[in-house]
Write a protein that binds this ligand. Structure first.
Ligand code: NOJ
Ligand code: NOJ
Length: 425
């Protein structure tokens, strides 16, 4: 009796403290919706941040947008808030129409073009392009939506507006799947828009898009396409084994570099963790308990722990995590790499998924301690958040204050997926 009560009390206190540390889902959804309703933007466009200078993030990035709409769908699947659910449905129709327009807009690099003006015009300024994770992530989000719609009995819209077998492809999911299945072997820029080569992140999300796509194609009687997408995913899985660096004992972010920045010598990069998260199909490919993966994660945590002064001034065990240790991008003219909110949340989410795997394998005690450790990363972000709960892209490594693009949309998407991983635990 006594120990039961104690246990319940502990669980309750963890739950309560977490609710305080992680902004509510409705807060995150509303922040996203306001970034997707800019007065001068086309419907469906979402700015990476409302910030127009230092840095100027007032664009529709294919990656940020896809991750954001996908996270809204994740929320949608579990939410009881009918009003918000209805708004999200409408936003998905807008996002679909805007994406179709972008897919048919002439750009410098075609479907790999990373960002657009919010009125739908191509952005032709200097940039690291193409970035081929974009179309893969967009396919993932539309496939997610198609599966929800099929469950809701809306087959007609799915077949008329999202996927059909026709070639050359004309509906958005197949347009992206055809592109990524034919171009994944080509070098492109990484998610940080700095290095050209073959990237773990891009291949992980391309694999997921192709396998999710193959399942959808089968459902919609496009069996030939399913076989093709599947075959390319199998080839990608072979490529993905090449990222393990046995001397450094970690999964590298990039192989076969052909261009871009050359000073990233450590090969420690949160893009790898993000690739594991965003490419996760819960299908047993690269388990969260995989020794290589855990080595990579722990290298990551210790590298940033020692790098940033703010990691040593509170008693919060959770470490503020950056993109990669050699980073110098502060979002302004200052030459200073900082921890990022979305990177810190990514480590929390990775730890939660690891804990979930351990728990289902029966290792309940270790799982609980890992989950508690994950909560510390959530607390770390909370500690540095603005007083109103809003979150910018970065945390100043010395002062701990929010820094760079304010109200970064991706941060709020990360909150929604983090809730999902906590729910699954
Ligand atoms: C802008 C990119 O968005 C950012 O990721 C990069 O670090 C800087 N340019 C510097 O190259
Ligand atoms: C810079 C980041 O490096 C990149 O990943 C992101 O897409 C853009 N900012 C927009 O948020």
């Amino acid at each position: 009796m006594r120990s039961n009560k104690l246990l319940v009390a502990t669980i309750l206190s963890v739950a309560v403290s977490l609710v305080h540390a992680l902004p509510s889902q409705e807060f995150a959804v509303n922040k996203i919706l306001s970034n997707a309703s800019m007065p001068d933007a086309e419907k469906g466009a979402v700015v990476a941040s409302p910030s127009r200078h230092n840095p100027d993030y007032y664009y529709h990035w294919i990656r940020d947008a896809a991750l954001t709409y996908d996270a809204l769908l994740t929320y949608y699947e579990h939410a009881n808030n009918v009003k918000l659910k209805h708004i999200i449905q409408q936003k998905m129709y807008d996002y679909r129409n805007f994406s179709v327009r972008l897919q048919h807009t002439q750009t410098l690099t075609g479907l790999g073009e990373p960002k657009f003006n919010v009125d739908g015009r191509a952005y032709n300024g200097e940039w690291g392009r193409p970035q081929n994770d974009g179309p893969a992530l967009r396919a993932i989000s539309f496939i997610h939506w198609a599966n929800i719609l099929l469950q809701e009995g809306q087959d007609k819209y799915v077949r008329d507006a999202l996927y059909d077998a026709k070639l050359p492809a004309d509906l958005p999911i197949k347009v992206d799947l055809e592109y990524i299945s034919h171009h994944w072997q080509e070098a492109s820029y990484d998610i940080w828009e700095e290095v050209k080569g073959t990237h773990f992140y891009t291949l992980m999300v391309t694999r997921k898009a192709l396998l999710d796509g193959a399942m959808l194609a089968n459902k919609l009687n496009d069996h030939g396409a399913a076989v093709w997408y599947q075959s390319q995913a199998t080839l990608i899985e072979k490529q993905l084994t090449l990222f393990w660096d046995k001397n450094k004992n970690l999964i590298k972010p990039t192989i076969n570099q052909t261009g871009g920045m050359t000073d990233k010598k450590s090969d420690i990069d949160t893009a790898v963790i993000l690739g594991l998260l965003h490419g996760d199909r819960h299908d047993g490919f690269l388990r969260w308990s995989d020794a290589h993966l855990l080595e990579t994660l722990s290298k990551q945590i210790s590298a940033f722990k020692s790098l940033y002064p703010i990691n040593h001034v509170t008693n919060i065990q959770g470490v503020a995590i950056g993109r990669y240790p050699e980073d110098h991008y502060s979002g302004s003219d200052k030459w200073q790499g900082n921890p990022w909110v979305l990177c810190t949340y990514a480590v929390a989410e990775a730890l939660y998924r690891h804990a979930t795997e351990l728990k289902s394998a029966g290792d309940v005690r270790v799982a609980a301690s890992i989950a508690a450790y994950a909560d510390q990363f959530i607390k770390r972000v909370d500690y540095h958040a603005n007083a109103d709960g809003s979150l910018s892209e970065q945390i100043d490594k010395d002062t701990g204050f929010m820094q760079s693009a304010y109200d970064l949309t991706w941060n709020y998407a990360a909150i929604l997926t983090l809730y999902e991983s906590i729910r699954n635990y």
